[in-house]
Ligand binder design. Structure first.
Ligand SMILES: [Zn+2]
Ligand SMILES: [Zn+2]
Length: 138
């Protein structure tokens, strides 16, 4: 399982993915800038490595654009398929969505944690009232 922390590097302004193998320093693979430090290598989610936030949420790494595109194709083909293209694309969408892995996001800085499946049971999907608390940081 590849564990990756993904975020925007403030130095080179790139969206970077840093493989995490238990080290305490998170370095930008692009420019070497220190992105943050893991306070507890046994538990990354003790505190976000990028900011002082201790709250995280589960989200789907699903490409909304792709989902809409598939739907649009289904709608275009309605006249030729007597409407059967709609349930077909719906199923394709659903299958795609199921395949897409969950990721964890920090509420405050939005940085993403890929490949931490064993930790997912500790977290819930995005909760609006918690999100509001961190709105000012984004
Ligand atoms: Zn960088
Ligand atoms: Zn954070």
């Amino acid at each position: 399982m590849n564990r990756i922390v993904a975020c925007h590097c403030p130095e080179c302004k790139q969206y970077v993915q840093v493989p995490w193998t238990g080290q305490t320093d998170l370095m930008c693979p692009n420019c070497g800038h220190q992105l943050g430090a893991v306070s507890n290598p046994d538990d990354v989610f003790d505190r976000c490595p990028r900011c002082p936030c201790r709250q995280f949420y589960l989200s789907k790494n699903f490409n909304q654009f792709l989902g809409c595109l598939i739907m649009a194709v289904g709608i275009i083909f309605v006249p030729w398929t007597y409407g059967l293209s709609l349930p077909a694309v719906f199923l394709i969408d659903l299958a795609l969505y199921r395949k897409v892995p969950h990721i964890l996001n920090c509420y405050r800085c939005g940085c993403e944690f890929h490949g931490f499946e064993d930790q997912h049971h500790r977290f819930k999907p995005f909760l609006h009232h918690i999100g509001l608390k961190y709105d000012k940081y984004r």
